[in-house]
Each structure stands twice: as structure tokens, then as C-alpha cells.
Design a protein around this ligand. Structure first.
Ligand SMILES: *Cc1c(COP(=O)(O)O)cnc(C)c1O
Length: 401
């Protein structure tokens, strides 16, 4: 029998070393649980960075995938297919935007939003050619393409990958006054995560998005919100920007759009922005493919039918309350929205990694982020009993380590 260590060795020997995963080799998953190759069961507290909000191997998603795979998987956009149109109608009706442009990975959708914002600046706003600027924030995570890492503030994401695309300006996250000062007539857009996930579940000050909306309106710039991780229920609303009652000009979605079964991403916008794309000006071989569209349609229906957005709000409050009751000398702060919680450890706690490794031994899979934050983001189908079970283990690790 092939052992876990053999799989790890194969990966380390033949694969690129661009990740540092926990040494758990998952062979099977269901709902909020995963099983490793030895049959040990773990509660998944990462949910593939929120791609698996609907839970692993949701029977309705598996059925939709298998059904569509047996009909037609890929047509390319050279032809039409019978899943794309219904997907466009359903996703725009659910989200309240005029149009959608489907892509595959999150980074591709971010690139699509950047292209849309720039073209809008030149063709609608009247910015001189080549002068458009996009305001972005320190601590951002928008993906890994060369353009996107070019405006990251993380040295590791950038080092050795230049030269980078110009036209981006980094500002402190949460500082609307800095944005007010940085705005000028050539600004095409403000690109922002409503809560910074990879940066450690960083929640900006109240009113930050509302100020960005006002500033964008005053200076005729687009407000582009990256909801790839925060969207589709994670924070207890369909979109995290709804906590502030604003409406962005472009919303970027991905991850849970397919419930983790298949890469599907998209941007949402109204006509004024989306109409900047004419035939031939943007595209993707797999974007809008019938297999992805069939899965995404079902993934959105599951979100609604199972009330997962409301569930995230309710269980998130419950969980946050339980975690805040833990008395541990290591905890600096516990913050979050919905079922998206970061346990910020004190600098002297010795890093989050050793706590994540201890939680793994207790049957809980967490991934540290930014060295000192234990991130908690279970599938939204998790139950109250499972949260109680997990809290006991988190309390044990935080009080005994
Ligand atoms: C994951 C993520 C991306 C990138 O998505 P990929 O599918 O990994 O390319 C972009 N923005 C945010 C906020 C993300 O969490």
C-alpha cells in the first residue's frame, strides 16, 4: 500500500516547491470533513480558501458536473452553448448587475476587471491614452499573474518577477484620506478587497467602503471590489460590500462560484462598463464553458436553497462569541465577519504555524496566514455541534501550547 509519506515524497521530488502545505494527504471529502489516505478524519477549517463554501462534494454539484460532462464539456466561445445564457441570467438576477463576463481563475477575473477599468477610462471617461492609474492597497491579495504581483506589497510575491506593469499606486488599507489625496483626473479605478483575507482577515474601519464610494463618485473613478474570497456568503452577506450598503461598479467573483468543483470566475458590471468590450478584445478558451457554467448555476442555487449566507451570519456570530471566551496568553485579537475569523497571535507566541500543526493533530485543518494569524474559514454547511467540537480543540491548543 502507498503510504502518506510516499505521496509527500513524490510531490516534493517531482513537483515545484511553490507551496509549504501541512503534511496531510487528502484522499476523500464530504461536507465540512476530509479524510487522509490512512482514513484519519479532519474538520476542514480552510475550505480551499473559501472555494468550498457549499461543502466538499456536494451531491447536487457532483450530479450537475457528471450530468453536464456527459453532454458537452467545452465548445469555446467560437460557438454558443446552452449553459452560458442561463448562467448569465441567473447570476445577474441574483447579484443585481446588468452583465457578467465569465473567466476561469480568480486572477484572470482580476485581470479582466483591470482591462475593463482601463478601457472605460480611455473610451468613456476620456483619460489620455496610456495614462490611466488604478489605486490599490497595501496588504492586497488579488492573485499571482505578473501584472497583479507587480502591485503587491509582499516582497516574496514580487521578488525576481519584474519588470512589472506600470499604472498602479499603493495606498495604506483603511485610510480613506490617503485615497482622497491620491485621486486625480487620470484615476480609472480603486481596486479593493472589502476585507483583506490573505493579509489576515483584516477588517477596515467602519465607513471605509462608503468613503471610497463617495470619492470614486466625486472623481468619476470606478469602484472595483474583489469579492473572490469574501463573496458568496463567506461574511454573512452575499457580498461583503453589502455590510456598508454600497454598490460597486465592478464586482470580481470566483472560488465558491463553482463550489470548488471546477475553476469558474467572473466579473459583474452594468452596461456602461461592460460595453467597453467589443468582439475580439478579450476572451478565454475555457471561459464560459458549458461544464463550468452548469456547475456554477447549481453552486449558486445551493447557496440560496440551503440558506448558506444566513447560516454564515448566524453561525459566525456564535463561533466568534465562543472563541472570544477563550482565555489564552497567546491571543492578541480575534476578528472576523460571518464564518471568516482570524485569531491574531501575539508576536511572542512563536508563530501560527505551530498552532496549526497542533490543531492538525487534534483533527482540525487550519492554515496560518501572515505568520501570526490562525485563519478560520470552514465550509458554510458546518453545524453548531461541529463548531462546539472545534472550539474545544482550539481552546485546548491555545491554552496548553
Ligand atoms: C484567491 C484570490 C484571488 C485569486 O484567485 P485564483 O483563483 O487563485 O487566481 C484573488 N483575489 C482574492 C481576494 C483571492 O482570495
Amino acid at each position: 500500500m502507498i503510504k502518506a509519506t510516499d505521496y509527500i515524497e513524490l510531490e516534493d521530488h517531482y513537483g515545484a516547491h511553490n507551496y509549504h502545505p501541512l503534511d496531510v494527504v487528502v484522499a476523500r471529502a464530504e461536507g465540512a470533513w476530509v479524510w487522509d489516505v490512512d482514513g484519519t478524519k479532519y474538520l476542514d477549517f480552510l475550505a480551499a480558501y473559501s472555494a468550498v463554501n457549499q461543502g466538499h462534494c456536494h451531491p447536487r454539484l457532483v450530479a450537475a458536473m457528471v450530468r453536464q460532462a456527459g453532454r458537452v464539456g467545452l465548445t469555446s466561445r467560437a460557438f454558443r452553448n446552452d449553459q452560458l445564457g442561463p448562467f448569465c441570467k441567473e447570476v445577474t438576477e441574483l447579484t443585481g448587475f446588468g452583465r457578467v463576463l465569465p473567466m476561469n481563475s480568480g486572477a484572470e477575473a482580476v485581470e479582466t476587471a483591470i482591462k475593463a477599468a482601463r478601457k472605460w477610462a480611455y473610451t468613456v471617461k476620456g483619460v489620455p491614452d496610456g495614462q490611466a492609474e488604478i489605486l490599490v492597497f497595501e496588504g492586497n491579495f488579488h492573485g499571482r499573474t505578473t501584472t497583479i504581483v507587480g502591485f503587491s506589497s509582499e516582497a516574496d510575491y514580487r521578488a525576481g518577477f519584474g519588470p512589472f506593469t506600470p499604472g498602479f499606486r499603493l495606498l495604506p488599507y483603511g485610510d480613506a484620506d490617503a485615497v482622497a489625496k491620491a485621486l486625480h483626473p487620470n484615476v480609472a479605478a480603486i481596486l479593493v478587497e472589502p476585507i483583506q483575507g490573505e493579509s489576515g482577515i483584516v477588517v477596515p474601519p467602519d465607513g471605509f467602503l462608503r468613503r471610497l464610494r463617495q470619492l470614486a463618485d466625486q472623481h468619476r473613478a470606478l469602484l472595483v471590489v474583489d469579492e473572490i474570497q469574501s463573496g458568496l456568503g463567506r461574511t454573512g452577506k452575499l457580498f461583503a460590500y453589502q455590510h456598508e450598503g454600497v454598490r460597486p461598479d465592478i464586482v470580481i467573483i470566483g472560488k465558491a462560484l463553482s463550489g470548488g468543483m471546477y475553476p469558474v470566475s467572473a466579473i459583474l458590471a452594468d452596461d456602461e462598463v461592460m460595453d467597453v468590450f467589443q468582439p475580439g478584445q478579450h476572451g478565454s478558451t475555457f471561459g464560459g464553458n458549458p461544464l463550468g457554467m452548469a456547475i456554477a448555476r447549481e453552486a449558486l442555487r445551493v447557496l440560496v436553497d440551503e440558506g448558506l449566507v444566513e447560516r454564515s451570519a448566524e453561525l459566525g456570530d456564535y463561533f466568534l462569541g465562543k472563541l472570544r471566551a477563550i482565555r489564552s496568553p497567546h491571543i492578541a485579537e480575534i476578528r472576523g465577519r460571518g464564518l471568516w475569523i482570524g485569531i491574531q497571535l501575539k508576536p511572542e507566541a512563536g508563530g501560527a504555524r505551530r498552532f496549526c500543526e497542533a490543531l492538525q493533530r487534534e483533527g482540525l485543518l487550519c492554515k496560518e496566514t501572515h505568520a501570526t494569524v490562525i485563519r478560520i474559514a470552514p465550509p458554510l454547511v458546518i453545524t453548531r455541534d461541529e463548531i462546539d467540537w472545534a472550539t474545544e480543540r482550539i481552546a485546548k491548543v491555545l491554552t496548553t501550547l
